[in-house]
Each structure stands twice: as structure tokens, then as C-alpha cells.
Design a protein around this ligand. Structure first.
Ligand code: ATP
Ligand code: MN
Length: 314
């Protein structure tokens, strides 16, 4: 194991080589997470190191950021627009008519600039500039209710996987870095957001109807007690999801990590990985469990038929 000092120097070297703005980290000593003492420099270095893994998930996609200029115990800013901030690149304004553009992260330098602006979390849309109105994925957001232990979360995730398989769809699993898990279903961008969201809702309702002891489709703490709430609302237009490799603005600074279904038994929490151990894990990993995610765009009509569901006529 390299000593912390040594690995920090290595990270800084890489950062300097990969992104010039890294040389201008201001207030690096500022504490972002009082529970661990992790600083802004730790966070900026994490984003510099993780950029080769994170950029494929960010490129082409409108990004929102959660900034914590005074640390995660102080009020934070959930920022959906560039707001003309220096060093924030915007998406093409035509993609979101009538709005100041969302943020664009295309390069390691863009990511470093965002981190330099105290961004802890990175949230993205389900579509890219190539087809902004047609999502290229569905997101199932699994939230544990009160009294749901982790084995129950695992079971719920596997049931979602099975349900998707019954519909002829493959899903990919990631930790959220927070409390739960996300399942992504890569799509050919052929339907608009309203259809993608309504379809996801139909799947979630079917899960909740079939397995009411495990799942609940209605939000609200009372409904969730002892059960897993599967949120489909991430699938609407201009909604967002904490992206893979995003750090989370919660004590410990967990990160969202793509994992294999077969790994689920070894994953102990939504924040199983944090900014302190994620890149070491990634460097050691033998294979990328999401490699096929990028080359498996799926089509919905067969799944709709299997579910016995049709989009409402507009
Ligand atoms: P967990 O596993 O702990 O549930 P999560 O990422 O699924 O983590 P949240 O951090 O609660 O859950 O976020 C819920 C969703 O709402 C995210 O997908 C995020 O993009 C979006 N979101 C979060 N904060 C805001 C906000 N202030 N305004 C608009 N959308 C937000
Ligand atoms: Mn969630």
C-alpha cells in the first residue's frame, strides 16, 4: 500500500498533467465533510483521478451539480444552470429552449473546473445532445424505507432484475453513494420522455402489485416502512439522477459505483465505496462490469407487449 502522502503526490501529478486548472485549486484545505475531515483538495483529486471512468457517463449529457461551498453540513446549492459562471461550460442552448443551459462536462478539465467550484455531486439527464427529447436509458431508483435492512435491498434489486428479464430487458446496477441502488436500462432513443416515464411507472406499479410485501410505488415515509420504494420519477423531462462516480454530499462522501449483479453479495451499503477508496478499487478491478452497457441499446415495444401495456395516445 502506498502511503497517503505518496498516493496524493501521484494524484496531484496526474491531475496537473490531465487538467491545467488543477494547478489552481483554491481553498483546498477547506473541510467538506466534518465527519471525516475530508477536504476540498481530497474531492478535487478524486474527480481528477476518476475522470477516465466518469467521463463516458457525463459526455453529451446535461449535468446539474450540488455544490457545497461551506461543506456538506452548511446549506448547499443544487445548480441546474451555468448561470454564466466562469469556467462552467454550457450545453447548446437550443437543447433546453427558454432556459439557461445545463452544464456540460466533456473533458477532464471541465470536470476539474466543476470540482473547483465546490461541486460534490453530479446529476445527469437520461438523454444526450444527440437526441435530447428521447431518453437513452431508464432509471429505477431503489430507496429503502425505514426498517429495511441491506439483505432486503439486495433481494429487491434482484427482483427488479428478474422482472426486467421477464420483460426481455437487461439492467445494470450501481450503488448511489447514498442509501440505495440504481438500475439503468440502456435504450435506443426512440420514445420521448413521457412514454419512458409512463412505462417505468407501469413496471414499478406491477412490482408493487405483485410483491406488495417488498415494494411500494407510492412515495411518503409511511408507505415505505419495511419496504423498498422504487422511484420512477427520475425518468421525466429535465429530471436528473446522481450519475455513476458522483460523490455524494453526505457524511463519509460515498460515491455511486457501477457494479456487477454477481457482486451484489459483497456490496454492503449504498455508500460501500467513498472518495477515499473508489479509485484504488477501480484500478485493481479486473473487468468493467458495465462494459456491455454501452453496446446494448434496447428497444421498448416488445417489453411493453410483455407487460401488457400501451402508451396512452397523446
Ligand atoms: P439514495 O440512494 O440515498 O436514495 P439518490 O441519488 O437516489 O440516493 P437523492 O439524493 O435523494 O437520491 O436524490 C433524488 C433525486 O432528485 C436525484 O436523482 C437528484 O438528481 C434529484 N435532486 C436532488 N436534489 C434536487 C433538487 N434540489 N432539485 C431537483 N432535483 C433534485
Ligand atoms: Mn434513491
Amino acid at each position: 500500500m502506498p502511503s497517503p502522502t505518496r498516493s496524493r503526490a501521484t494524484a496531484a501529478d496526474r491531475a496537473a498533467a490531465g487538467a491545467h486548472s488543477m494547478l489552481r485549486v483554491t481553498h483546498g484545505e477547506r473541510i467538506v465533510d466534518p465527519s471525516t475531515g475530508l477536504t476540498k483538495l481530497d474531492l478535487v483529486r478524486y474527480y481528477a483521478e476518476v475522470s477516465p471512468w466518469a467521463l463516458p457517463f457525463l459526455r453529451g449529457r446535461p449535468v446539474y451539480i450540488r455544490r457545497a461551498p461551506q461543506g456538506i453540513d452548511a446549506p448547499m446549492v443544487f445548480q441546474q444552470h451555468t448561470l454564466d459562471m466562469k469556467n462552467l461550460k454550457g450545453m447548446d442552448p437550443a437543447l433546453w429552449p427558454g432556459h439557461d443551459p445545463a452544464i456540460s462536462i466533456e473533458t477532464a478539465e471541465d470536470l476539474a473546473n466543476v470540482a473547483q467550484l465546490d461541486a460534490v455531486e453530479l446529476h445527469t439527464w437520461n438523454s444526450t445532445a444527440a437526441a435530447i427529447a428521447q431518453p437513452d436509458r431508464l432509471v429505477f431508483d431503489l430507496d429503502p424505507g425505514d426498517d429495511v435492512d441491506w439483505p432486503r435491498m439486495r433481494e429487491a434489486a434482484l427482483l427488479v432484475r428478474t422482472m426486467l428479464q421477464e420483460l426481455g430487458l437487461q439492467g445494470w446496477l450501481k450503488t448511489t453513494g447514498g442509501k440505495g441502488l440504481h438500475v439503468y436500462v440502456p435504450l435506443r432513443p426512440e420514445f420521448g420522455y413521457p412514454v419512458a416515464k409512463a412505462f417505468t411507472e407501469a413496471v414499478v406499479r406491477h412490482l408493487a402489485t405483485t410483491l406488495p410485501q417488498v415494494f411500494v410505488a407510492k412515495s411518503g415515509p409511511r408507505n415505505r416502512k419495511g419496504r423498498v420504494f422504487v422511484d420512477y420519477l427520475r425518468n421525466g423531462w429535465v429530471q436528473s439522477t446522481a450519475e455513476a462516480f458522483s460523490a455524494r454530499a453526505r457524511p463519509g462522501l460515498g460515491v455511486a459505483m457501477p457494479v456487477a449483479w454477481e457482486q451484489l453479495d459483497d456490496v454492503t451499503h449504498g455508500a460501500h465505496w467513498t472518495i477515499t477508496d473508489a479509485t484504488a478499487y477501480l484500478r485493481k478491478r479486473r473487468r468493467d462490469p458495465w462494459a456491455k452497457y454501452w453496446t446494448t441499446p434496447q428497444s421498448l415495444p416488445a417489453a411493453m407487449r410483455r407487460l401488457g401495456w400501451k402508451p396512452a395516445q397523446a
